[in-house]
Design a protein around this ligand. Structure first.
Ligand code: NDP
Length: 274
C-alpha cells in the first residue's frame, strides 16, 4: 500500500498530506488551543480562511509554538465577495495582517465565481510571483470551472479543495485535477462526523483495532487525497493524526470505495447561494 506523509507542489514546495481544519472554531482561546495542541502533536498544516474569522488566533498560536514558521504550512482562502484583481490583492494583504505573517504557503479561491475567475486568477498568479503565497489553488471547482480557469491561466492551480468523504468520493473532480497536475484535498473529510457510525466503516475499524475516524482519514491518504479533519478536542486531534501506523488492505479499500452515494453536506458549487 503506497502513501505519503507529504507531497510536493510546483516541484519544490513540500506540503503535508494531513493537517488541521479550523472551520467553526472560535477565534481567541479555542482556535489558539486547537492549533497549539495540533502542532505539539506533530501537525504541520493548518487550514483557515478569511471567512472563518479566526486567522488572528491561528497566527498567534503558530507564532508562540516554538516551531519555525517555515516548518508549518499555512493555508488561507479568498472569500467570494473579494474576487477580482485589486480586491484579491487587498484581501490577501488583510489576511496576512491578521495572521501576522509575511507569506502564506497556499492561497485558495474559496468558491468559483465564474464571471470573476479570469481577473482573480491573474491576481493569484501575481501573488505567487511576489512570494506572498508559495502556492496558489482553488476550492469547490467542478471540472467545468477548472476548464474555464485553465483557459486563462499561466500557472495551473496546485490544489483543489473540495467536499470529499466516503459518501462523496468526487471521482470526476479527482481525475480532472490529476489531468492538470492539481492535488485534491478533502474538506469535511469526516462528513462532519456523520459518516462515523456507518456499519461498513465500523467493521473496517474493528478489523484494524482503530476508530472510524482513523479509517476514513487513512483511506483518504492511501487514495492520494490530502485531508484536513477538524476537531476542537485534544484527544480527537491526536486520534485523527494517529493514522500512519496501520493500513487498509485491498478489500478494506474496496469496502470504502463502495460507500460513494453522492450525499453531500455542503451546496453543489453550481447552486451556491452565498
Ligand atoms: P470534518 O469532516 O473535519 O468533521 C468535523 C466534525 O467531526 C466536528 O464536529 C468534530 O467535532 C467531529 N470530529 C472530529 N474528529 C472526530 C473524531 N475523531 N471522532 C468523532 N468526531 C470527530 O468537518 P469540517 O467541515 O470541519 O471540515 C474540515 C475542514 O475542511 C474545515 O475545518 C475547514 O478547514 C475545511 N473546509 C473547507 C471548506 C471549503 O469550502 N473549502 C468547507 C468546509 C470545510 P469536535 O470539533 O467537537 O471534536
Amino acid at each position: 500500500m503506497t502513501y505519503a506523509h507529504t507531497t510536493t507542489l510546483h516541484g519544490s514546495i513540500v506540503m503535508p498530506m494531513h493537517g488541521l481544519g479550523v472551520f467553526q472554531t472560535q477565534n481567541g482561546k479555542e482556535v489558539r488551543d486547537t492549533v497549539t495542541w495540533a502542532i505539539e502533536d506533530g501537525y504541520r498544516l493548518i487550514d483557515t480562511a478569511a471567512i472563518y474569522r479566526n486567522e488572528t488566533g491561528v497566527g498567534e498560536a503558530i507564532a508562540t509554538s516554538g516551531i519555525p514558521r517555515d516548518e508549518i504550512f499555512v493555508t488561507t482562502k479568498l472569500w467570494n465577495t473579494e474576487q477580482g484583481y485589486e480586491s484579491t490583492l487587498a484581501a490577501l494583504d488583510a489576511s496576512l495582517q491578521r495572521l501576522s505573517m509575511d507569506y502564506v504557503d497556499l492561497y485558495l479561491i474559496h468558491w468559483p465565481v465564474p464571471e470573476k475567475t479570469e481577473d482573480t486568477w491573474r491576481a493569484m498568479e501575481h501573488i505567487q510571483a511576489q512570494g506572498l503565497s508559495k502556492a496558489i489553488g482553488i476550492s469547490n471547482f467542478e471540472p467545468h470551472h477548472l476548464e474555464q480557469l485553465m483557459g486563462a491561466a499561466n500557472i495551473a492551480p496546485s490544489v483543489n479543495q473540495v467536499e470529499l468523504h466516503p459518501n462523496l468520493q468526487q471521482r470526476h473532480i479527482r481525475s480532472a485535477n490529476t489531468a492538470v497536475g492539481c492535488l485534491t484535498q478533502a474538506w469535511s473529510p469526516l462528513k462532519q462526523g456523520k459518516v462515523l457510525s456507518d456499519p461498513t466503516i465500523e467493521g473496517v475499524a474493528s478489523e484494524l483495532g482503530v476508530t472510524s475516524a482513523q479509517v476514513v482519514i487513512r483511506w483518504q491518504i492511501q487514495s492520494g487525497i490530502a485531508t484536513i479533519p477538524k476537531s476542537v478536542h485534544q484527544r480527537r486531534i491526536q486520534e485523527n493524526r494517529d493514522v500512519f501506523g496501520f493500513s487498509l488492505d485491498t478489500d478494506q479499500m474496496a469496502a470504502m470505495e463502495s460507500l460513494d452515494n453522492g450525499d453531500r453536506i455542503g451546496p453543489h458549487p453550481d447552486n451556491r447561494d452565498f
